[in-house]
Design a protein around this ligand. Sequence first.
Ligand SMILES: Cc1cc2nc3c(=O)[nH]c(=O)nc-3n(C[C@H](O)[C@H](O)[C@H](O)COP(=O)(O)OP(=O)(O)OC[C@H]3O[C@@H](n4cnc5c(N)ncnc54)[C@H](O)[C@@H]3O)c2cc1C
Length: 384
Amino acid sequence: MHSFKSLFPTAAAGGAGGYDTLVVGAGFAGSVIAERLASEAGQRVLVVDKRRHVGGNAHDRYDEQGLLIHPYGPRIFHTNSAEVFNYLSRFTEWRPYQHRVLASVDGQLLPMPINLDTVNRLYGLQLTSFEVNDFFARAAEKVDSVRTSEDVVVSRVGRDLYEKFFRGYTRKQWGLDPSELDASVTARVPTRTSRDDRYFTDTYQAMPLHGYTRMFERMLAHPNIHVMLGTDYRDIVHVLPWKHMVYTGAIDSFFDPRHGRLPYRSLHFEHVTVQPPAGQSTVQPVGTVNHPNDHLYTRATEFKHLTGQRHEATSLVYEYPHSQGDPYYPVPRPENSALYRRYESDAEELSDVTFIGRLASYEYYNMDQVVAQALSTFKRLVHP
Ligand SMILES: Cc1cc2nc3c(=O)[nH]c(=O)nc-3n(C[C@H](O)[C@H](O)[C@H](O)COP(=O)(O)OP(=O)(O)OC[C@H]3O[C@@H](n4cnc5c(N)ncnc54)[C@H](O)[C@@H]3O)c2cc1C
């Protein structure tokens, strides 16, 4: 086992003119902790990102036609945490937005998550909320122990809804059958007996009024924060002096994957800008349309629904899951969790490096969870 000093023998001296903290990654995890350390603890902070922009995967930008798009796929902000929402509100105003998703199934566009209207329209029924409960109970299959993503859904709503809404989508998304994936993947999608067609039900649902990137720029605008973009931290880690590192990249890469690569699912994005038909400002009825059973892409998202932007054209992104490419989704399987734990215990031995964020935690975290993790890590770092 390497000690911290043998990993970074020259840089960790800190010293006059050096940085108190080197933050690797300018996404939510890195930007929040950098802002806190600079404004609350008076630290000198260097933020390094290998990409040429701030915001990490939540970065947004205007395309050639002036439409605000999310190059790494749609990001919808939602949280139940007043602390997280109030914290981010220091750096942005908000546009209230409740996301809605329709699934293209059997020639219809039906509400997702499955709700009363989904069932009635799919099967041509007129059930009430009470009756649809019985419907689900009759359709549900008995599963003794719910272990996989398939178990979760068939034990809740039965095989037909599972096959129409979940199986194909999950196979495309993960390149694995739901029977091979942890229960956690589909457990995150609820089933409703009401007509509530909002994708999320959190207390706070809103989009940064001027976009995510503007919010990150304001967060990082502190005079004690220096931001270095287009730079892999390995290129400067032995050159610039610093005392503590907060690392938000992939944990296996940090350790030159000494125990082997942690598997990630990636995505390729196809961005398309079109002219809506006369009299329409958008081409989809809602922000996202899922395609569980047709096409190679999983879903199409039209940004104007999310951003509220007025523009004569409209821009959509189609998501094609891939095994190769940037690491986006940790693959939730027991053997991967076991491999992660080996890296986690290596990380625990490094007293001068703190690992936070979605990739360093090898965990599917939403943006608000990453902000909450960064805020609580900050408190722990300054008041151990
Ligand atoms: C397709 C997709 C859709 C999503 N949709 C939503 C959503 O709708 N709502 C929601 O709440 N969450 C969503 N999320 C999750 C959300 O994007 C993440 O929780 C959040 O962006 C993670 O922030 P982070 O700072 O942990 O990581 P990142 O944003 O990935 O930031 C890590 C940064 O570290 C940098 N880095 C890595 N290695 C190095 C290195 N060696 N040197 C320098 N820099 C390095 C990377 O370039 C990157 O910018 C989605 C995620 C994906 C993949």
